[in-house]
Design a protein around this ligand. Structure first.
Ligand SMILES: Cc1cc2nc3c(=O)[nH]c(=O)nc-3n(C[C@H](O)[C@H](O)[C@H](O)COP(=O)(O)OP(=O)(O)OC[C@H]3O[C@@H](n4cnc5c(N)ncnc54)[C@H](O)[C@@H]3O)c2cc1C
Length: 280
């Protein structure tokens, strides 16, 4: 049994979260939370539906950033951000989540707060240099996406805090990114491994998903690409480094060995596709 709340402001969300502590959970699209409740993995006494908070379903485009409210669905975020080629890597990642029906309910904020090592949007947000805007009883704080998730199912959120938005930096129009994932079937399955690759000017970022407890930035490969430029040879070398950087486990989706080979192959493909994007 749980009590269902429809808060009308972020202040009400945080005061309910602070009052009920560990027994309260934020409900966004519910596509993770309700499944976990049904399986008995989560048994909250209070559910706070943040889709009833006015304004959280908005995307605000400012001069220096784009703020995606915590109630914006993956479907709406993809539709609106597809106008900006520099956010292509995030649009590809959002499009690869589940199915159209789920993307119509699920939120971007819910995808990161669930903190699955295989969450599709996290590698893309990391390479874009996104920040997570957190609202608490003492006000707002910004945390880099790269530091927001601390382990499987764990984030830096404290009791009484809620994610209010994901903040993307405005980027040079020439910036480009590619997201590739492999799963056991084309949709409705979590990634076995994933790679986000991003180029801005002469610098590069690479992030790996589903091959470690949290997303892995492959800084050694990024430095190599910055020094040598993105060519077929440097892409192959960077991909080899990515395979070595992975810290996969064996589970129902794949063995550890297969994941390591897979992530190297995906990284090479992603970098070659990125080279095409940059040239186009
Ligand atoms: C069949 C199926 C297939 C799926 N396939 C994929 C897939 O391919 N790739 C993938 O990445 N995911 C997949 N998912 C998982 C899920 O759909 C996504 O993670 C989704 O983005 C979660 O968003 P939501 O709004 O539904 O979150 P919810 O279920 O509402 O919440 C998820 C968690 O985050 C917390 N939370 C939500 N919003 C906030 C907030 N603003 N502040 C603080 N905490 C918050 C909740 O309390 C809960 O713990 C799949 C799920 C299903 C059921």
């Amino acid at each position: 049994m749980f009590e269902y709340h429809e808060p009308q402001s972020l202040a009400e969300v945080t005061s309910l979260l602070a009052a009920h502590g560990e027994t309260a959970r934020v409900l966004a699209g519910g596509t993770d939370l309700l499944v976990q409740m049904r399986k008995g993995r989560q048994q909250p006494h209070h559910l706070l539906n943040i889709k009833t908070v006015p304004g959280l379903d908005q995307i605000i485009v400012a001069e220096d950033c784009v703020e995606i409210g915590a109630a914006v669905t993956l479907y709406d975020a993809e539709k609106q951000l597809s106008a900006y080629q520099e956010y292509g890597v995030l649009c590809q990642a959002m499009h690869s989540v589940a199915s159209c029906q789920i993307r119509n309910r699920a939120t971007l904020a819910g995808n990161i707060c669930n903190a699955s090592p295989a969450a599709d949007t996290v590698p893309a947000l990391v390479v874009l240099g996104a920040n997570v805007k957190i609202h608490g009883t003492k006000g707002d704080r910004l945390v880099p996406m790269e530091r927001f998730i601390t382990g499987p199912g764990r984030t830096v959120l404290l009791i009484g805090e809620v994610v209010s938005a994901i903040v993307l930096p405005r980027l040079n129009g020439g910036s480009r990114g590619v997201y590739l994932r492999k799963a056991r079937r084309p949709s409705l399955d979590l990634a076995t491994a994933s790679v986000a690759a991003f180029a801005a000017g002469g610098s590069y970022r690479i992030a790996l998903g589903a091959v470690g407890p949290t997303v892995i930035r492959v800084r050694e490969a990024e430095r190599l690409l910055a020094a040598k430029g993105l060519t077929a040879a440097s892409a192959a070398e960077a991909a080899r480094i990515a395979g070595l950087a992975a810290r996969p486990i064996s589970d129902v989706r794949s063995s550890e060995e297969y994941r390591r080979d897979l992530v190297a192959a995906l990284a090479e493909r992603a970098l070659l596709a990125l080279a095409e994007e940059v040239r186009a």
